[in-house]
Every structure is written in structure tokens, then in C-alpha cells.
Design a protein around this ligand. Structure first.
Ligand SMILES: Cc1cc2nc3c(=O)[nH]c(=O)nc-3n(C[C@H](O)[C@H](O)[C@H](O)COP(=O)(O)OP(=O)(O)OC[C@H]3O[C@@H](n4cnc5c(N)ncnc54)[C@H](O)[C@@H]3O)c2cc1C
Length: 323
């Protein structure tokens, strides 16, 4: 049986969760087994049942007021106890912040082998081999998991969602958590509101030190808003507090894989590319024709951002008005 961790925010499942459910359901289908999903925290029954559309045969809801806020130790314990009770042989999580936080803990509790950053379905013709990206996306490794239980943390935006049209059976589990299971707790959560979350975004408008200062980000935000895109930035930009750290992409920031990544005034250092090079289409705008980003880009505009951005914004507005 394949067990999936379903991540939710404010009672809604994340796009990466739907991808994980479809991914797991595909594996379950080809192995003639069941796809069971575990949702921790409050999600209403209608949304739980919708996971059937994405391939879930059964959804186990673990709900308690203690679990309203993500807590790595407690969530991992709850998830692992459902995995043991259901007899899971393969566990699938998304390689997101919270997915990563529980994956290792769950693997340790289940004495399971783990592969993170997975970008393929398992090849079971000779063992249980999955491909993962390594060295910040510069290379691939094919990993054979030999344990009875396997934990796979799959890379978001890598696998499509599929419609299976199933009706998922809903059930609940009480994992008997006690106060001792909450060895740390979140004191305060500040969330970016009213914006498209970067990790969920299909389109991303990103800018670097070439924008000269935070006072010039108005046009970046406006372009993102017109395109329906999320905003991102390079590391120095967040280090200098021009933009929030939550927008920092790259080796030490978030890894994203949108359909379109527009990089404005970003040099294209390898540490930056490590987080964005898997984007489907990359557009680089830089006034230096030798900027390394042009080697990684599908389209390049050699221009001063302050000259070309107003024209791109104008064109985007016209396009939006015409559609
Ligand atoms: C261990 C380590 C980890 C790191 N992790 C990350 C990471 O996760 N993410 C990350 O981004 N970086 C990371 N870095 C830093 C990285 O090496 C680069 O220093 C950084 O990405 C550069 O940011 P930048 O391109 O915004 O700035 P710069 O390198 O200063 O480049 C600015 C670019 O803007 C162009 N430009 C200037 N003016 C204009 C204009 N008017 N119009 C158009 N273009 C213009 C310039 O030609 C230049 O190419 C890391 C470094 C180390 C050592």
C-alpha cells in the first residue's frame, strides 16, 4: 500500500499535495495496490473526498486542536503511526519545507530507506530505483532503496496531477499524541498574504541586485500582478532586506520549477541557478551580454531593466486587456 502525506494550509490542500497523490496513485495502480492519503490538521470532508479525484482510495484524517499548527515531531509521529497501522510499504511526501521536515523523521521511525528530491517514478525491474537530483540540480543519482518500507520525497512541480475519478473512503485516526510529543512549538507565524505562494506559482517574476534598491520593486510587483505571477529574488537582495527572505530562491533558498521564470538584473550565479534551472522556460533580462544567466535562459533580452521593464509591463497590460 502506498501512503501519502497531504499538506494543507487553512484547510486547503496544496498543489504539491495533489501532485503527490496522483504520483502515488499511479504507482499504486501499476502495482495493483491501494493509495491511502493521510491529512493532518483540519480539512473539511468535501475537500478530503476530492482527493479521490486525484487517485486516493482512502483518506485518513488525523485531526485534533493540538495539530492545528504544523509541528514536525508530532506530525511525523502521527503519520508514522498511520503508516504502521495501514501497513504502508511506500510513503510519498512532497519535498516541501514541511514534507522535508517529516520525511526523515518518518523514515527513522519506520526504519525505512529514504530518497529526497525524487524526480522519477520507481523502476522496479531490478530493485526499487528512483532518480533524484543532486549537487543542487547539476547532476542526477539513481538510488536503489533496499528496505522493506521506502520513503520518497518528490520534487514539487515535477509530476502532473491526474484525474482518476475515484470516490475516496473517509476515515479518521486518533494517534494518541500527548504533550510529550510536542517538544517544540511555533511561537509566532507570520505569513505573506494576498500573494501567490512562490512554491505554488506557475509564473515567477524575479529580480536581483541589478534593480539597485528596494524602491524600484514597484514595477516588478506590478508586472507579477498583471501576469498572475509570484515574485522572487536573489540572495543578496533578501540579505540586504530589499525583499523578504521568503522570496529568496537558489541553493540556500527555495527551489522552484515554474512554467516561466523571468530573471531581471540577476547575474545567474550557479548558486542562484541551482534553485531555478528546472523552470520550463527561462527569460533573462540583463544589461551585460556576458551575464552567465544567458547560458541557462531560453530567451534573453540584453537591455537596461529600467528601460525595458516599462515596455514589457505595457505589453503585458495590453495582452491582458485583449484577453
Ligand atoms: C554558499 C553560497 C550560497 C549561495 N546561495 C545563493 C542562493 O541561494 N541564491 C542566490 O541568488 N545567490 C546565492 N549565492 C550568491 C551568488 O553566488 C551570487 O552572489 C548572487 O546570486 C548574485 O546576486 P545577483 O545576481 O542579484 O547580483 P549580482 O551578482 O550583483 O548581479 C547583478 C546583475 O544585474 C545586472 N544589472 C545591473 N544593472 C542592471 C540594469 N540596470 N538592468 C539589467 N541588468 C542589470 C548585472 O549585469 C549583473 O549581472 C550564494 C553564494 C554562496 C557562496
Amino acid at each position: 500500500m502506498i501512503l501519502v502525506y497531504a499538506e494543507s494550509i487553512d484547510g486547503n490542500f496544496k498543489k504539491s499535495t495533489l501532485e503527490a497523490v496522483s504520483y502515488a496513485a499511479g504507482i499504486a495502480q501499476s502495482n495493483g495496490t491501494q493509495c491511502v492519503v493521510v491529512s493532518i490538521g483540519h480539512v473539511d470532508d468535501a475537500k478530503l473526498a476530492e482527493l479521490g479525484n486525484y487517485g486516493a482510495d482512502k483518506v485518513v484524517a488525523v485531526n485534533s486542536s493540538k495539530l492545528a499548527v504544523f509541528n514536525a515531531e508530532a506530525y511525523a509521529k502521527a503519520f508514522a503511526s498511520v503508516a504502521a497501522a495501514e501497513g504502508a510499504t511506500v510513503v510519498v511526501v512532497s519535498n516541501t519545507y514541511s514534507g522535508k521536515a517529516i520525511a526523515g523523521r518518518v523514515a527513522a521511525k519506520l526504519k525505512a530507506g529514504i530518497a529526497s528530491g525524487v524526480i522519477s517514478v520507481p523502476n522496479t525491474s531490478n530493485g526499487f530505483v528512483v532518480r533524484k537530483s543532486v549537487f543542487s540540480g547539476k547532476a542526477f543519482a539513481d538510488v536503489n532503496l533496499t528496505t522493506a518500507i521506502k520513503v520518497l520525497a518528490i520534487t514539487p512541480n515535477t509530476f502532473d496531477t491526474h484525474t482518476f475519478g475515484k470516490t475516496a473512503n473517509l476515515t479518521t485516526a486518533d494517534c494518541g499524541l500527548s504533550d510529550a510529543d510536542f517538544i517544540s512549538s511555533s511561537v509566532e507565524i507570520s505569513r505573506v498574504t494576498g500573494k501567490i505562494p512562490l512554491t505554488e506559482a506557475e509564473l515567477v517574476v524575479s529580480a536581483g541586485r541589478g534593480m539597485k534598491g528596494p524602491e524600484h520593486w514597484g514595477i516588478i510587483e506590478e508586472l507579477a500582478q498583471v501576469l498572475g505571477a509570484a515574485t522572487a529574488c536573489s540572495k543578496p537582495v533578501s540579505d540586504m532586506h530589499w525583499r523578504p527572505h521568503s522570496e529568496h530562491v537558489g541553493q540556500t533558498g527555495i527551489t522552484i520549477k515554474p512554467n516561466l521564470y523571468i530573471a531581471i538584473g540577476i547575474s545567474g550565479a550557479i548558486q542562484h541557478l541551482a534553485g531555478v534551472s528546472s523552470s520550463k522556460v527561462i527569460v533573462a533580462i540583463n544589461k551585460d551580454p556576458e551575464a552567465p544567466f544567458f547560458k541557462a535562459a531560453d530567451y534573453g533580452i540584453v537591455a537596461d531593466a529600467f528601460d525595458v521593464l516599462p515596455r514589457i509591463l505595457d505589453a503585458a497590460k495590453k495582452l491582458k486587456a485583449a484577453n
